[in-house]
Design a protein around this ligand. Sequence first.
Ligand code: ZN
Length: 534
Amino acid sequence: MWVDVLVERICEERSAPYVVNDAWTPSGPAHVGSLRGVILHDAVARGLRERGYPVEFLYGFDDFDPLDGIPPSVPEEAYRPHMGKPLCDVPWHEGDARSFADHFAGEFESVFRAVGCEPQTYRTSHLYRSGAFDPALRTALDRAAEIVAIEREITGSRRAERHPVQVLCEACGRIGTTVVLGWDGQQVTYECRPYKVTWAQGCGHRGRRVPFRGGAKLAYRTEWAAKWALFGVKVEGAGKDHMTRGGSHDTASAVARRIFGVEVPFPIPYEFFLLGGKKMASSRGGVGARELLQVLRPELVRFLVVRAYYRTAIDFDPSGDAIPRLYDEYDRAAAAYFGQLPARTPGEVQDVRDLARTFHYAWLKPTPPQPFVRPRFSKVAFWVQMPHVRVEEQVEREKGGPLTDADREELGARVEDARRWLEKWAPSHYRIAVREAVPAECADLTAAQRELLARLADHLEGAALEPEVVQAAIHTLKAELGLSAKEAFGAVYVAFLGKDSGPQAGALLATLGREFVVRRLREASGRQPVGHGV
Ligand SMILES: [Zn+2]
């Protein structure tokens, strides 16, 4: 299993104690790709802890970055005047969140906590304003020429600034618009330029200030390296867009080694995570991590991320059969975990072991789960649509005994997911509506199909109305009458649903009650019961 392979390599290539770090700029709603990052780091931290090592899992909100764009979900006019200010200094336009950064950081934190990720969070603005970053700032200013040379060498760009530092303008509060003109070892001289960037306008102020305790920030790549040095980070992944040759990770690595004299954390370049489907793509601004939790329960979100090798792109389209299929895979992994999946050949043994580990890393809590019943998702989706069915009774019947607390908790989550799926995503053939009166579509049934319905009615009048019994009866009649399976079962579906496909016919009829089933079969066949004559 890939997490275990990564953990093993980390143990070989980096020494304990392990600081695992991940970070994100709260400049709008978090994308699902950022969620992949947190889950991946959380799984690695869990794997390292299990080997008995001390592990610190940190998650940084880079809230001292400037506001350089306005997400479509907020009123543009409220934020236009704040463009270029640090995200932590931009007031949120409503409610009680203290700042723009706090709003989006809080929102994302609640999402990743919901999927069982428990990092210790920090804010980059606090690292600056508390003075924790002051030594790194001094180093960056003293050795600015070397850092600029590194940046030019790695990226091949001539455009690097003369100082890898941005000053907070004392006149307008912007940080994205300033350039450093000089550094005398105590203070920086700077200018707030109207046209330095296209997304914000500086005020034109020229000044001198102490850059420490929040007076300035390191440029992005230098800041990344400075964090590694400050926290002693040993493991940090990033989306593959950061990990290209000559990209930001290469630059940060060179600055870390040559300027701060620290080892580069074990890198994990991971692939994209996209949510597909027409419904999702049409929502303005793309699909956020928060929306994913409205599609899948937390365990399945985590499973979706963990089961995919980290260098494989995830493109999840919740429409069609994707969610029932994901549930079936989740159940298979759970069966492997609980030792309920047979394996004979060495290859199968390995597969089962990998599946069990996948389930282990997908489980929300670090404590192991109690075994629980796993009624198939498509069945639960069927049961919740049947008016007279008590889902819990069906599951008890399948299990052959009373449900435990763990069973009930799992079932509750499945029922909720099934209802949501049926409402939003399920293809029409999963939606079942038993017609109150004989469907008009019955007029199209053939004589042989009518005969099958009539004989089925006679048979079920005296037989147990169990799914298997009904199913076997339809198969027998199908053979007797020389019908195909599609014709035979299609007739039953048309009689109850008015369409020629549906869930397992035996299960459908068993839930509807004998009196109704027999009456409907007779009505749809157009025949009177034997002995009643016309
Ligand atoms: Zn200014």
